[in-house]
Design a protein around this ligand. Structure first.
Ligand code: HSE
Length: 429
């Protein structure tokens, strides 16, 4: 074993950073044995130096992150600050000064991963980011490395624990959305401002990263169709139950049937209770990967939290350190397919549409005509009438999302349709 340590700089010392530093200390001997050299935590950049951090040596703490990454003797920079800036500049500066980088920054990777990959390539260094998607669950490296010899066609999963917790509570406890969100906040799953989670931004960033590495092309956050869970109601959950389904916020990345484009989307969807994703409870994550030769693979586990995320960071740290000692680098950006990302309208899926209509002769025929005019085939119709009004639930066969949206628009324009109570895609069948 080499006795000269590999020097590590930690940018950020919040929940994840603290766990990373703690495990680096408590498991120092094991990590050294696995890497082939000891690790030395050389500095920790924080915004608030006065804050008491259990187990953190105050002598290592600095507010000057730029000076830390510019030192020139740092082997690996771990970035757990999050956000676009200053993280992007710090990471590119770290590469310019010879360090490899381990990052958990999904927002930055989804927004501008190319800048990071390019900087890593110029410096001949590694950029690893297992912790950016689904916390502790090994998913990024399986896609970048283990499945590098296969052709991935689809990635379908629950990649946001907060929203899964909320939908799970709505399903199992019959809570309304606000009540379930309050519970998620009280338990520390949802942040004070839950926008990133409940509006689907967090899941969309993860979908962009997964689609890019699964299909070897560039997919950015803006390419991902995004709908959050704020409009999901108890009635949607009840409708789902009647169909033998539940509602999940899904991230779905697909290669088109002709193989010439890809799509990436995040939205709530009904999935059958028989689908393994339906039994993913509370704040857990799970991701299905469908590959040509491998078939269906499922990855399941804790997708957030200090220790689980630190586990992914440390796994990357070990891999990157091994590469450095071997004078090698791991995989860089793989975007050679240059497959374009198609808009949501090109996605082929099924819809569950719940309408409030007038209960009189010809209404069902009128509604059915609108579906037919848009080329959308109806699978099932269920109607329940009361006092001249009726609720009509239509489930379609698979059709282009654009045709389904056009159908809904036209239905809204019918005098006999009093309102569209809910529209939800049906997936996982
Ligand atoms: N807020 C995320 C979640 C974890 O609820 O899954 C970090 O990506």
């Amino acid at each position: 074993m080499r006795t000269r340590p590999l020097k590590v700089a930690l940018l950020g010392c919040g929940v994840v950073g603290t766990e990373v530093a703690r495990i680096m200390t408590t498991h120092a001997d094991d990590l050294a044995a696995r890497i082939g050299a000891p690790l030395e935590l050389a500095g920790i950049a924080v915004r608030r130096p006065g804050k008491v951090r259990d187990g953190i040596d105050p002598g290592l703490v600095t507010t000057d992150a730029t000076a830390l990454v510019k030192r020139g003797d740092i082997d690996v920079v771990i970035e757990v600050i999050g956000g676009i800036e200053p993280a992007r500049t710090l990471i590119t500066t770290a590469f310019e000064h010879g360090a490899s980088v381990v990052s958990a920054n999904k927002a930055l990777l989804a927004e501008d991963g190319t800048t990071l990959y390019d900087a890593a390539g110029r410096g001949g260094r590694d950029l690893y980011f297992e912790a950016a998607v689904a916390g502790a669950i090994p998913l990024v490296r399986p896609l970048r490395e283990s499945l590098a010899g296969d052709r991935v066609d689809r990635v379908l999963g629950i990649v946001n624990g907060t929203t899964n917790f909320i939908l799970d509570r709505m399903d199992t406890a019959g809570s309304g959305y606000s009540e379930a969100l309050d519970e998620a906040t009280a338990l520390g799953y949802a942040e004070a401002d839950p926008t990133a989670d409940v509006e689907g931004f967090d899941a969309a960033a993860k979908a962009a990263i997964l689609a890019g590495i699964a299909f070897h092309t560039r997919v950015r956050l803006d390419d991902v169709h995004r709908e959050g869970i704020t409009e999901v109601t108890s009635a949607d959950l009840a409708s789902a139950k009647r169909m033998g389904c539940t509602v999940k916020l899904l991230a779905i990345c697909e290669r088109a049937a002709d193989g010439r484009s890809v799509t990436a989307r995040v939205h709530p969807a009904m999935i059958p209770l028989s689908h393994p994703l339906a039994s993913v409870r509370e704040a857990y994550n799970a991701v299905f990967v469908e590959a040509e030769a491998a078939g269906q693979l499922m990855f399941y586990g804790p997708g957030a939290g200090g220790a689980p995320t630190a586990s992914a960071v440390l796994g990357d740290l070990v891999a990157v350190c091994r590469n450095r000692l071997a004078g090698a680098t791991g995989p860089g950006e793989s975007a050679y397919t240059r497959l374009p990302v198609s808009p949501m309208g090109d996605v082929v899926t099924r819809y569950h549409i719940s309408l409030d209509v007038a209960d009189k002769p010809g209404v069902l025929a009128q509604v059915a005509t609108v579906f037919a005019e848009h080329g959308v085939s109806i699978d099932t119709v269920r109607q329940k009438g009361k006092d001249g009004e009726a609720s009509l639930v239509v489930v379609t066969h698979r059709a282009h999302d654009a045709a389904l949206s056009g159908t809904v628009e036209a239905l809204r324009g019918l005098d006999t349709v009093r309102g569209v109570a809910s529209i939800m895609r049906v997936e996982g069948e």
